[in-house]
Ligand binder design. Structure first.
Ligand SMILES: Nc1nc2c(ncn2[C@@H]2O[C@H](COP(=O)(O)OP(=O)(O)OP(=O)(O)O)[C@@H](O)[C@H]2O)c(=O)[nH]1
Ligand SMILES: [Mg+2]
Length: 198
């Protein structure tokens, strides 16, 4: 792979990770392209805003086309730069957004745990991924809005079973409360590192 060092496979598992903004622009060992996909309103932009800027907006605007943010993580001694494409979930942008899938090494597929429909639609998003991404792409399924416990429509056991059948890890997040956001991107970074060191 052109954008990574040749690292040993052994030491990735036990490494601790922490987000940092203090790394000079090109001082990183790995550079990964990530795409955020999922239904409109599931909270893709909110998850990314929490991760990159540690903020949350109740009145965040629905994404038009595609937005971009980059963020750097430290995993052990290694600096990992993520270039993250935040796509619009609305159907009318699907043709544009699908063109961003091909270059991706990682995908965060977000649904809203208070919307049965957004969960059902993950099947459609997975089949898009089959069509448009490389086989080696690392995928994570994210159930967002876990803070809205009284409005929840999708049970944890239901999604866990489904995620297992799809062969992807599942993480529940709250962009609002900041729950499991760092964990999601750490896991993604580790998964992508393992993929390139295979
Ligand atoms: N309670 C709660 N609300 C959230 C959470 N994440 C996002 N929201 C709200 O859900 C709405 C949609 O969030 P967005 O981040 O715009 O969703 P999106 O997936 O980027 O939507 P598109 O850009 O249209 O595809 C906004 O009103 C957010 O404030 C969360 O974790 N908890
Ligand atoms: Mg958005």
């Amino acid at each position: 792979m052109g954008n990574c060092n040749n690292k040993s496979k052994t030491s990735l598992k036990n490494l601790k990770t922490k987000p940092t903004n203090k790394i000079p622009y090109n001082d990183y060992g790995y550079l990964f392209k990530v795409v955020m996909i999922g239904d409109s309103g599931s909270g893709k932009s909110s998850v990314l805003l929490r991760f990159a800027d540690n903020t949350f907006l109740d009145n965040i605007m629905s994404t038009i086309g595609v937005d971009f943010k980059s963020q750097t993580l430290k995993i052990g001694e290694e600096n990992i730069k993520l270039q993250i494409w935040d796509t619009a979930g609305q159907e009318k942008y699907r043709t544009i957004t699908s063109t961003y899938y091909r270059a991706a090494q990682g995908v965060v597929l977000v649904f809203d745990v208070t919307s049965e429909e957004s969960f059902q639609n993950t099947k459609k998003w997975f089949s898009d991924l089959e069509k448009y991404t490389e086989k080696s792409v690392y995928k994570i399924l994210v159930g967002n809005k876990a803070d809205l416990t009284d409005q929840r429509k999708v049970s944890l056991s239901q999604v866990e079973e489904y995620a297992q059948s799809m062969g992807v890890p599942y993480i529940e997040t709250s962009a609002k409360e900041g729950t499991n956001i760092t964990l999601t991107f750490d896991q993604l970074a580790l998964g992508m590192m393992k993929n390139v060191s295979l």
